[in-house]
Design a protein around this ligand. Structure first.
Ligand code: KG4
Ligand code: ZN
Length: 356
């Protein structure tokens, strides 16, 4: 099946075409996928002056970008001799995300669907949960994941742990953040440090050259007997630390690096310890890490380090292939394909707060 996907939940406009093969059982055991293209237009420069994403600006940009990306998509398809009528399914993100931004994608998907249906009346359209997109991004690269498995989804809007007992399509949420998401915390701390949006990559770069033992920041909820997280206290601890520091000392680049490194160490310590605790309890053979924060190599290193202390046999860690951790439409295509095989129907209405 050729699946054309549209993603507009936040500040990336994405259109992708993915070829996926097999029925549900065959696909989730041995996923055969091929990304024909995965076009992403980032809006970061537009939102950067505001220090975060402005929902109505995001909507405006999606409306401007979608037709441009779609004509690029048509050109690539023409070159690869894939006519529009070959598209079997259109997958579009319906939530969670910024409501005005989601609507831009949904409305555009409906127009494209109408256009394709003129040539292929069997072309279907399906609504996709963005978080399922992040989860299914792990299936790219045709890899075989062993179960039971624990999945950590860490993005700008969500931080959660899922337990997947025996297959990729059946999970139970075992914990999530009670306040800020991990990526949101990176963005807010970066702002406190005077670093531009989005904060994650800025902090990662600073942390590489900073001293992670400069400050011992708190690790909220690390010892609690649950799989929930809390990141707003960590952000506040940094706010107070900076306030106190600035009354006595001048802020320097070196200090910013050290604070970034100490913050990242604290945040990843909590994420990896809780993930490992879950992996132990659920006897996981694999640990899946997805979402924008999974871009940060220090996170997987921290989990790998924790896994080494794990009783044998150690769980195998899976990350999305390069370029597929952050928001993109290819992951929406895969989640759309799986939902189509599961015959799951969703209304084509933006749902900003839906979960999985
Ligand atoms: O998954 P994503 O692209 O969008 C959402 O669904 O939210 O995640 C974006 C988040 C942002 O908060 C961004 O700062 C964070 O992921 N992020 C990172 C890194 N790259 C992106 N956080 C830490 N380290 C990174 N290298
Ligand atoms: Zn996302």
């Amino acid at each position: 099946m050729y699946v054309l996907a549209i993603e507009t939940s936040c500040d990336e406009t994405g259109i992708a075409l993915v070829k996926a093969e097999g029925n549900l059982n065959a696909f989730i055991k041995n996923p055969k996928t091929k990304i024909i293209f995965n076009l992403i237009q980032s809006q970061i420069p537009i939102h950067r002056p505001f220090g975060g994403v402005v929902p109505n600006l995001a909507k405006r940009e999606h409306i401007l970008n979608l037709p441009i990306l779609f004509s690029e998509a048509e050109k690539i398809m023409a070159k690869k001799k894939i006519p529009l009528k070959k598209i079997d399914l259109i997958a579009v993100t319906v939530g969670p995300g910024l409501e005005p931004a989601l609507w831009a994608g949904i409305n555009f998907a409906k127009e494209v669907h109408k256009k394709i249906k003129k040539e292929n009346k069997d072309c279907k359209m399906i609504g996709v949960n963005h978080l399922e997109g992040h989860l299914f991004s792990l299936l790219f690269g045709n890899r075989r994941i062993q179960f039971p498995s624990i999945a950590l989804i860490v993005s700008g809007g969500h931080t959660m742990l899922l337990s997947l007992k025996e297959k990729m399509t059946f999970w139970r949420k075992i914990g999530e953040t009670r306040d800020d998401a991990a990526g949101e915390c990176f963005d807010k701390v970066a702002r406190l440090l005077g670093l531009p949006y989005p904060g994650g990559p800025e902090i990662e770069a600073r942390a590489k050259i900073g001293n992670k033992e400069f400050v011992d920041f708190p690790r909220p909820m690390i010892g609690q007997k649950n799989y929930d997280f809390s990141f707003s206290g960590l952000k506040t601890a940094i706010l107070y630390f900076l306030r106190d520091l600035q009354t006595t000392e001048k802020m320097t680049d070196a200090k910013i690096n050290d604070i970034a490194a100490s913050f990242q160490e604290a945040a990843f310590d909590v994420l990896s310890k809780k993930t490992l605790k879950a992996a132990q309890e659920f006897k996981a053979k694999s640990i899946l890490v997805a979402g924008g924060v999974a871009n940060n190599k220090a996170l997987s290193d921290s989990i790998k380090k924790a896994v080494k202390k794990f009783p044998l046999p150690p769980a195998k860690i899976f990350l999305p292939p390069r370029g597929l951790s952050g928001d993109n439409a290819a992951m929406i295509a895969l989640a759309g394909y799986v939902n189509f095989l599961k015959k799951k129907k969703r209304v084509f209405k933006a749902n900003s707060t839906m979960t999985i």
